[in-house]
Design a binder for this molecule. Structure first.
Ligand code: ATP
Ligand code: MG
Length: 560
């Protein structure tokens, strides 16, 4: 890595690693891991952790990053989640190669280490009920009290622990606790539980185990067994670090990784907790984990966010120790920038209004050259058919336009993008309802391609499609899921859901070439926004489009 690249966004973790490397700590190695619990789908917060862990590993020579499933809680975990997590990481552009691990692979070793702790007099089997244990634990102000079982003999502890493993006891009858310090000012150090009885089938180890290790105990040992050098986690684990270090100091583990905490990502106008996301799915506020309004990785993918935009976002927000809330417009702008560079422009009329070009010959069609991008020539161009009957956007016409409205109105001339100047001379209305159903216009044949040879200018350029050749497709306009910046902070957070977070249009008329759009292909619909063909609901020849993001941030205006 060059100094310049490293400076690009120096963060405190890169700084720590650089110091470690300078001192040849860990024999000059950098080895990180991403440790999800397979109890839900990954969200944008996890993307930050993935980019950080895999990103760091790729920046340093011979750097490695493991994917490790922290699967110690079989009640909540599912193979479905494991599969989706692996998909998400690959889609984001990262790869763990042959370094895929499961905490459950270490169950035997973890058990042996627990026996080691018992033999050393550093762990004991406790029969206090959960409720009593809470009571004995004390509070921030009050020290805890030792359990009556704290001084059980090593022999008895060994026998009971073996009995726990053998399934002799019921759930909750006993736990194994580390023997540390009931008076510690850090509550995590007051003899934390390290094993509990759960007679639940595990998705990988089946019925082999009646006891499961706790997170704090499992995590540090798994890190050490895998030779992790820097164990990066979110700030809420800062108070657990003494425990992380305590276990590793007591046990004959191969190495002692360094835990480093950073601030979790919080995004406004959404929620980023698996529990809340799960609730949104369970009560059908959204249509599943991959609903395009969800801040999950599968949701963002379905919405059309490019992985490069998410990586760029994670890089831009940086890594610090300060808890902040990032404005969702930062993410949306990363998406816009990436899409602006890379997507083809096409024409789609979302709410069609029929236009008849009265001086254009009937039964005639001409093909007009239309570039796919204003300045990326490598994206090429296509030909769009022009004929006598067209569709334009309903809101591109006003019968009685105010001064600053530069689009179409009676007697006004506008440019049809890549085509001709047209002038409106008649407005046809439904007799019963008064609704405008058709415009009659004339075109100027001299303006083919969109310029007048006499140098005459028009102020407005609008998009259009040929009614004869256009095809109809479902288009979904997605917007923010919540109307308040921090829904997660209020108890009735689901009341803050945006009722207009999705609007489904069924009348949209699209230029004919879009009929063959493949799932996940992205386009800019000129003057409207960026769209992506839905990866689930699109059929061959019948794409369904999701609005990824508008061209500009309309929420800024609303706030003002
Ligand atoms: P949640 O809080 O949504 O339930 P979690 O922390 O329980 O998430 P894990 O599967 O344990 O989910 O997370 C895997 C990794 O992702 C952990 O290292 C965790 O610290 C990190 N992570 C989770 N949420 C965020 C976030 N919002 N920002 C940054 N990293 C996160
Ligand atoms: Mg967690």
């Amino acid at each position: 890595m060059t100094a310049e690249e490293n400076n690009r966004s120096a963060n405190f973790i890169r700084h720590i690693i650089n110091e470690d490397l300078a001192q040849n700590k860990n024999e000059g190695h950098v080895h990180t891991r991403f440790p999800p619990e397979p109890n839900g789908y990954l969200h944008v917060g996890h993307a930050k952790s993935i980019c950080l862990n895999f990103g760091l590993a790729s920046e340093y020579k011979n750097g490695l990053c493991n994917l490790r499933f922290d699967d110690t809680n079989p009640d909540k975990e599912k193979v479905e989640y494991i599969d989706s997590i692996m998909d998400d990481i690959h889609w984001l552009g990262f790869d763990w190669g042959d370094r895929l691990f499961y905490a459950s692979d270490y169950f035997e070793q973890l058990y042996d280490y627990a026996v080691h702790l018992i033999k050393e007099g550093k762990a004991y089997v406790d029969s206090l009920s959960a409720e009593k244990m809470r009571e004995y634990r004390g509070t921030l102000k009050q020290p805890g009290r030792p359990s009556p079982d704290r001084n059980r003999s090593v022999e008895e502890n060994l026998e009971l622990f073996a009995g726990m493993r053998a399934g002799k006891f019921a759930d909750g009858e006993y736990v194994l606790r580390a023997k540390i310090d009931m008076a510690s000012p850090n509550i995590n150090m007051r003899d934390p539980t390290i094993y509990r009885i759960r007679k639940t089938k595990h998705h990988r180890t089946g019925d082999n185990w009646y006891i499961y290790p706790m997170y704090d105990y499992t995590h540090c040992i798994s890190d050490a067994l895998e030779g992790i050098t820097h164990s990066l986690c979110t700030l809420e684990f800062e108070d657990h670090r003494p425990l992380y270090d305590w276990f590793l100091d007591q046990l004959p583990v191969p190495c002692h990784p360094q835990q480093i905490e950073f601030a979790r990502l919080n995004l406004n106008y959404t929620v980023t907790s698996k529990r809340k996301l799960n609730e949104l799915v369970e009560v059908n506020h959204v249509n599943g984990w991959d609903d395009p309004r969800m801040p999950t990785i599968v949701g963002m993918r379905r919405r059309g966010y490019p992985p490069a935009a998410i990586r760029d976002f994670c890089e831009r927000i940086g890594v610090t120790k300060n808890e902040t809330v990032i404005d969702i417009s930062v993410l949306e702008n990363c998406v816009r920038e990436e899409l602006d560079r890379s997507t083809r422009r096409v024409m789609a009329v979302l709410n069609p209004l029929r236009v008849v070009v009265t001086n254009y010959p009937e039964d005639h069609t001409e093909m007009l050259e239309a570039p796919y991008h204003p300045n990326q020539e490598d994206l090429g161009s296509r030909e769009v058919p022009f004929s006598r009957v067209l569709y334009i956007e309903q809101n591109d016409f006003m019968e009685d336009p105010p001064k600053k409205f530069f689009r179409l109105g009676p007697g006004r001339e506008v440019r049809l993008r890549y085509a001709y100047f047209i002038t409106c001379h008649d407005v046809i209305k439904d007799e019963a309802t008064g609704e405008i159903i058709e415009l009659r216009c004339t075109y100027d044949p001299e303006t083919r391609g969109g310029n007048a040879p006499d140098g005459r200018k028009v102020k407005g350029t609008i998009h259009w499609v040929s009614a004869e050749y256009a095809f109809n497709a479902e288009v979904r306009l997605y917007d923010r899921l919540f109307t308040v910046p921090e829904p997660g902070r209020q108890d009735d957070w689901h009341k803050a859901l945006n009722p207009d977070s999705v609007v489904t249009l069924t009348e949209a008329a699209l230029e004919p070439g879009l009929r063959e759009t493949k799932p996940e292909e992205r386009f800019q619909f000129e003057r409207i926004g960026y769209f992506c063909a839905d990866r689930k609901d699109s059929l061959s020849g019948k794409p369904v489009f999701n609005r990824t993001v508008t061209l500009r941030d309309s929420w800024v205006k609303q706030k003002k």
